[in-house]
Design a protein around this ligand. Sequence first.
Ligand code: ADP
Ligand code: ZN
Length: 648
Amino acid sequence: MNQNEPNPEKNNNFFNKNPLIAFILFSIVIIVLFKAVIGDDSDLAGKINGQNITRTQEITYADLKRLIREKQVEKVSIGQTYIRAIGNDGNGNVAYTTRTVGYDESLIKMLDDNKINYVGFSESNWFTEMFGWLFPFLIIIAIWMFFAGRMQKSMGGGILGMGNSKKLINSEKPKTKFDDVAGAQEAKEEVLEIVDFLKFPDRYVELGAKIPKGVLLVGSPGTGKTLLAKAVAGEAEVPFFSVSGSSFIEMFVGVGAARVRDLFEQAKKDAPSIIFIDEIDAIGKSRAAGGMMGGNDEREQTLNQLLAEMDGFGTDTPIIILAATNRPEILDPALLRPGRFDRQVLVDKPDYQGRIDILNVHVKGVKQDADVDLEEIARLTAGLAGADLANIVNEAALLAGRKSQKTVRQTDMREAVERAIAGLSKKSRRIDEKEKRIVAYHESGHALLAETTKGAKKVSKVSIVPRGLAALGYTLNTPEENKYLMQRHELWAEVDVLLGGRAAEEVFIGEISTGAANDLERSTDIIKAMVQMYGMSDVAGLMVLEKQRNTFLGGGMTQGREYSDKMAEDMDTFIKRSLQEHYEEVKKRLEEYRGAIENIVELLYAKENISGDQVREIIEAFEIENGIETKLEPKKNIPSSPKTVIDE
Ligand code: ADP
Ligand code: ZN
């Protein structure tokens, strides 16, 4: 284990913050140094003549001519503005200087006549000449740096991004532990092994096991992804390097890539360590989804550098890169390949119990009144994320403070909830009681159909915690084995499960909602594919109407129809009729299992997340009680870590 502190940027000194002043000081030092080394012009003249000068003396032009006439000087150097002469006045060598008075032919003649050696010299040397040229440019650069530096300050970096990038990379050794992350049980379990890799890398390396490199934390903003990543570092007691994807995208091409290089360099130095990249979608957006800007060179370079760095270190180097996003689907597939971010951990919004736990974590530091009831607050905040709850607790404390109370009361908490909800964007909205009821019936309908239909994928989790913008609830399943083929009855079973949501709304609530749009689209697509691609209907028989696309069951784009209008009409009729027939069947099933649905809804409503086993228990009990022959399949091990969403 590495006991070194992860060099935090302590030399965050004056000059780093004031590049302009640093630059000016630097220039002055350089000029003074040159002056000292090269000396000034009078010495220069002396050196040209190879004489040791003991004194310099300024004389008039007439005096110079007199000295020449009297042969009191030995050597004369003639420049454009100065003339120098070396002479000896008996007390040592003297350098006489005088100003020229224009071009004087008689002076040359006089020197020739008196046989005095003379040379011409250029008064400026390479340094002063160069400096004269460069100085204005340097001034311009300095001004530019000053303004650009200001512009970037808000982004947290300096213009000399490559040198200063360490500032953007936060390095710490977090004290956060798993206990500080409340509620996210499944996510915590999934990252648990990472802690072990980091703590005892040798164990794995000796076995020849490949330590995973990248883990993608997927979840809405504020669900605690950063917190979880920190907790992993805290539990493993390793340094935590964090950076935000958006901070890589600067205005100068190449800066982002340099930063990535820096980041990995630091992390490697302090390995075992964790790199955390927040908002990875800012750099990892799929090239295809580039949008209107066309290519973004800077982003692409940064992304390529990141990929190169990830491929660059061996699986025996215990560095784990955790990256956060709430839109994994827009990421470049290159990022998700094996050896890169090949693992995904869902960090969901908390359910009822999760919200109580999170509230409990955050009220710890707050003085509460005895009347504070966190369960009520948890009930009022369905659909909110951990960060929202943390805000609510803080807001309540502020409210109590404003009223000069000694403790935070339940009324403050309630008011804080109302304020938080008013200020929330649509993305993170509370689900009200009415919606919650609709979603609970809808999802229970899916779940019941999934369990009681032969060939349907079994349920592993049902949830009415909203996920993302569109999904108010979901039912998850895991196919029991990897499937490459689907039989006809399995496709119809999928249609039934999809229709279960809408049917439950109709049967139990009495009115249908917009919540089934996605289900209906998918069931329509399945039947269409059965007709067009799989030769599974009487409409087209074995005739293929639509060539297979890469996407499973995806009807997708058509490039002009290759079949008759009659066929198209027949197909439409078939799809519509099949959907209707199956819908009626599904409704019958729901009627038959009315009591079971009510029980599932009750549990789901209270807990917000329930497992497939809980669903099966309820159904089994209902069947026994009502003497219904069981439709449940014999118990198999249904994995508890679901990966596929069968409904949103
Ligand atoms: P994300 O990175 O997913 O946007 P953060 O990790 O930055 O979310 O969460 C912001 C804050 O919200 C955290 O610092 C913490 O105070 C609070 N928070 C979020 N989720 C949890 C949780 N599961 N348990 C405790 N606090 C949480
Ligand atoms: Zn649905």
